[in-house]
Write a protein that binds this ligand. Structure first.
Ligand code: T46
Length: 139
């Protein structure tokens, strides 16, 4: 994995699983497994494998993405580097902070993508124009 992704803006994290004969449980606590205070949660489902989503960056938002069911490929771009992260297990999360272009591709059948976010919804925080993102990414 590229060093710049690991050091700052995008990081793949592994969660501890509490499992026994009844099944598995994962606990996420603010400022522990989730390195910010969660102000918003949303989930994406009913997706199509051939219909990607995202195609934007955020200026300030921090998010933790978890495929709680199925799988999805997250394409990220930051600092001129592109990287793909496969989320295919509920015990894996992708932490995205700062200026990162993100796209969600290849949703599996029945995929559910849970997102924990550091801020309330604000359209002003989005950069939806790739050229604007490139300019700010290179600044
Ligand atoms: C992100 C990726 C991973 C709301 O009203 N509140 C919300 O909290 C969100 C996230 C969305 N919306 C509305 C705005 C749009 O009318 O829901 C609609 C779909 O949102 P959007 O097209 O931005 O969804 P995605 O899947 O392209 O992107 C989302 C998040 O918006 C984004 O922050 O990082 O998931």
């Amino acid at each position: 994995m590229n060093g710049s992704f690991m050091q700052s803006n995008v990081k793949l994290v592994q969660f501890a699983v509490h499992g026994d004969s009844r099944g598995s449980l994962i606990a996420l606590e603010c400022e522990k497994e989730v390195p910010f205070c969660v102000r918003r949660t949303y989930y994406i489902y009913g997706t199509q494998p051939w219909t990607p989503r995202g195609f934007h960056a955020h200026r300030n938002l921090k998010q933790l993405l978890i495929a709680v069911s199925g799988s999805v490929n997250i394409h990220c771009e930051f600092g001129g580097v592109k990287q793909e992260f496969l989320l295919d297990s509920p015990d894996k999360g992708l932490l995205i902070e700062g200026l990162v272009w993100r796209e969600m591709h290849d949703f599996s059948e029945g995929a559910v993508l849970l997102v924990l976010a550091s801020e309330h919804y604000s359209e002003e925080d989005y950069i939806r124009d790739y050229e604007v993102f490139k300019q700010e990414d290179q600044a």
